[in-house]
Design a protein. Structure first.
Length: 417
């Protein structure tokens, strides 16, 4: 997990530097305050959450590249944050590094949306003996996601004063359990301090022409996750993935596609192949032993949306699992009582997870969110390209695994309007 997040941090810097560095700089310090939702029963009491944030932004309204003009001159950059969760003994503090993008909303000159995805370091985490009530954060390094609405209250000189409301999420991506994650709801006050160039009006560009071209893409990935809370199921093991996708790129900025994926979970295979409790003769999942590799696999289809920022792509996928039988074992082990032993007796009082509506949604719906770095910029049409991607994958919004992927893209002929 540390190696994956370290590599992601290095890749995320490309969101800042891979674009037009001649764009003017905006410094944006801010204060955020609000509440952190309870992650579990008996969650530690808090005095409220407070954060200090410093955003370093590049104003892309002077950028002549098509993506910047199609997105109406957004701001891209890096966000640094320190967060106190209101209970230093149990929840501690977090230090966040996050690439961000901010763009106008609803054709308003004053309203904007800021989104970002990065990582955080926590100095206090869950411990079954010394800190058992904080089941939100179990690893020191975690993924972080932020979405925020900002409204410009007024401007004075080179400073714009803004107020906002937003959401902040932290999760380790299912690389250690328990992994309830932390969800915070925040209000903010911030100031955009602009350079002299950022105060100027952008030069006029030639009108853009509409373009579209189909693409075909394949990727392979290596991920990590855990199966359950008792050892050795809480050890990290690989998830291998392969996916294919077909779609269209519109105006060198918007990428829409549909595809399929195959995933192989080593944890699922080991549980089945090692004849663990729930797959033993006479038990609920004994039939999975007939084909352990196939039953440790998942197949599905998905739809994908991506925003292309030259070398960087920001991607979200929503899919459906067609085949994922071993997830039932996963659910039984993790959605019952807090403590389930490795050896589960046939006649026992241990309560396992129930196959309710929540299970059916998470078993069916998959999602994926992350960032890609393209070797060749996408600002112009080219036949072949390759990329490295970092993503967090989920079951119905609940983290499943974190992965790094290598992909190839073949672009068909460019078609104008």
């Amino acid at each position: 997990m540390k190696k994956l997040l370290t590599a992601f941090f290095l890749l995320s810097l490309s969101l800042v530097y891979a674009q037009e560095t001649e764009s003017p700089i905006i410094l944006s310090p801010g204060i955020l305050g609000g509440i952190t939702a309870e992650a579990n029963e008996n969650f530690p009491e808090t005095d409220g959450q407070g954060s200090l944030v410093f955003n370093l932004l590049w104003d892309q309204k002077f950028n002549s590249q098509e993506w910047a003009r199609r997105l109406k001159g957004p701001r891209t950059g890096l966000s640094l944050a320190y967060t106190d969760f209101g209970n230093r003994d149990s929840l501690g503090s977090a230090f966040t590094v996050m690439p961000i993008i901010e763009f106008g909303a609803f054709k308003s000159k004053n309203l904007s949306i800021l989104v970002g995805m990065g990582g955080s370091y926590f100095n206090t985490i869950y411990d079954p003996i010394t800190n058992p009530n904080n089941q939100g954060i179990t690893t020191e390094l975690v993924w972080s996601f932020r979405a925020h609405f900002n409204y410009r209250l007024y401007s004075r000189g080179r400073v714009d004063w803004k107020a906002g409301i937003g959401y902040f999420h932290h999760s380790n991506g299912h690389t250690r359990l328990p992994n309830q994650g932390l969800n915070s709801f925040l209000l903010s006050v911030s100031a955009d301090i602009k350079s002299k160039k950022a105060m100027q009006e952008p030069v006029s560009f030639l009108a853009l022409e509409r373009s579209i071209y189909p693409y075909l893409s394949f990727r392979g990935g290596y991920g990590i996750n855990v199966l359950g809370k008792p050892e050795p199921f809480n050890d990290k093991k690989p998830v291998y993935t392969f996916a294919g996708e077909y779609g269209k790129v519109i105006n060198n900025t918007y990428k829409l596609g549909v595809g399929f994926y195959y995933r192989y979970y080593e944890h699922y295979f080991d549980y089945i192949n090692d004849n663990e409790s729930l797959v033993q003769d006479g038990r609920e999942f004994e039939s999975l032993r007939d084909a352990p590799v196939w039953n440790a696999s998942a197949l599905g289809v998905y739809g994908s949306g991506e925003i292309l920022l030259n070398h960087v792509g920001l991607e979200v996928q929503i899919g459906l699992n067609i085949h994922k039988p071993a997830y039932k074992i996963d659910w039984r082990l993790n959605q019952g009582w807090a403590f389930i032993p490795r050896e589960i007796p046939v006649d026992n009082n241990f309560v396992l997870g129930e196959f309710d509506t929540k299970f059916r949604v998470k078993h069916l719906v998959s999602s994926r969110m992350g960032m890609k770095y393209y070797l060749w910029g996408t600002k112009e049409h080219r036949r072949n390209n390759v990329y490295v991607g970092f993503h967090i994958n989920s079951n119905g919004g609940q983290a499943d695994f974190t992965d790094v992927s290598l992909g190839y893209v073949y672009n068909f002929d460019l078609k104008g309007s």
